[in-house]
Design a protein around this ligand. Structure first.
Ligand code: PBG
Length: 330
């Protein structure tokens, strides 16, 4: 049957009808809100390239946590900006590191809030790479050593679990990081702490504002030897499959907007909960355009987040989470 018997507009005739046939409903339960914690006292400093997102020192963090909880956001993703960096990122796995301290405090203030710890070294290394760097003797080329990096990432994950992190989210893109971290967590007794793997993480220009925020831009070279080529889709299946076999509890696609085809593919191929990371530049572009009056921020953000969910995301990491939670209430 076809037109004129079939008329698609029949189901669009009123708000009530449209809501009856709506396929995708965005809710606050879908959101994971990233938070940056830093050293010092009385710091609540806006990140210039990410209006509305701040660095918090420990003594200013509680107010932010209370706000997140009062908005009904179930989960946060913690990033640390440490006071000191070195070649092996030792502040990442320090018992008294910034992420560890923040995690302990947050679990006191808001035991129900799910704390996800980002497990990477790039904010903690002086060279800004996500692992240990070796300079090749003959060629002089710097390389990120996969297997040595794993040892440090395992130490980081275990110290985060020890501090009370509810979920470990490794974003480093070393090979074998899920099984190494799973083994490390299990050996330390954290068999029930899930791993939310940044399974499919592209070497993307969309992380620019985050690197300003986290002071984590690589000091030389780039991340293309460990993060994925944006041109590749079949490789995403291989990455995700490895993580499934290694024991990941969640899969992730990052960035989100330019990679919604990958979100859909993973959703169709695997049955683990799937996360989309609506990354920093996706946020900053909307904020910049909205500040110029070029678009309707609320409508754009809700449409974007709904699109990510429609593409297959079960959860969305987003800097828009607090605003979106308010808009969904109102
Ligand atoms: C750390 C990490 C990055 C992001 C999350 N974890 C940066 C990177 O890989 O350079 C980016 C997040 C964003 O842009 O919002 N490896």
């Amino acid at each position: 049957m076809s037109f004129p018997t079939v008329r698609h507009r029949r189901l669009r005739g009123s708000a009530a009808l449209r809501s009856m046939v709506r396929e995708t409903i965005l809710t606050v339960n879908d959101f994971i809100y990233p938070i940056f914690v830093t050293y010092g006292t009385n710091v609540k400093e806006e990140i210039p390239s990410m209006p509305g997102v701040y660095h918090f020192s420990m003594d200013r963090l509680e107010e932010e946590i209370r706000e997140v909880v009062s908005l009904g956001i179930p989960s946060i993703l913690l990033f640390g900006v440490p006071a000191s960096k070195d070649a092996i990122g030792s502040s990442a796995y320090d018992h008294n590191g910034i992420v560890q301290e923040a995690t302990r405090a947050i679990k006191q203030w808001a035991p129900e809030l799910v704390v996800i710890a980002d497990t990477c070294l790039c904010q903690f290394t002086d060279h800004g790479h996500c692992g240990v760097v070796h300079v090749h003797e003959q060629t002089g080329n710097a390389e990120v050593d996969n297997d040595q990096s794993l040892e440090l990432l395992v130490k980081t994950a275990v110290s985060q679990a020890e501090a009370g992190a509810d979920i470990i989210a490794p974003s480093n893109m070393m090979d074998g990081f899920v099984s190494a971290i799973r083994d490390g967590l299990d050996a330390a007794g954290y068999t029930n702490v899930p791993i939310m793997s940044y399974s499919v993480k592209y070497a993307s220009a969309f992380y620019g504002p985050f690197r300003d925020a986290a002071h984590s831009a690589p000091q030389f070279g780039d991340r293309k030897t460990y993060q994925m080529d944006p041109a590749n889709a079949r490789e995403a299946l291989r990455e995700a499959e490895s993580d499934v076999l290694e024991g990941a509890d969640f899969l992730m696609v990052k960035p989100a907007l330019a990679y919604l085809d990958i979100v859909r593919t993973l959703k169709d191929q695997f049955d683990l909960p799937l996360v989309a990371y609506n990354v920093s530049a996706e946020y900053s572009m909307v904020k910049a355009a909205a500040a110029n009056g070029w678009l309707d921020e609320r409508a754009i953000v809700l449409e974007t987040l709904t699109g990510m969910k429609r593409a297959g995301a079960d959860l969305i990491m987003t800097y828009h989470a607090k605003d979106a939670a308010r808009w969904l209430q109102g």
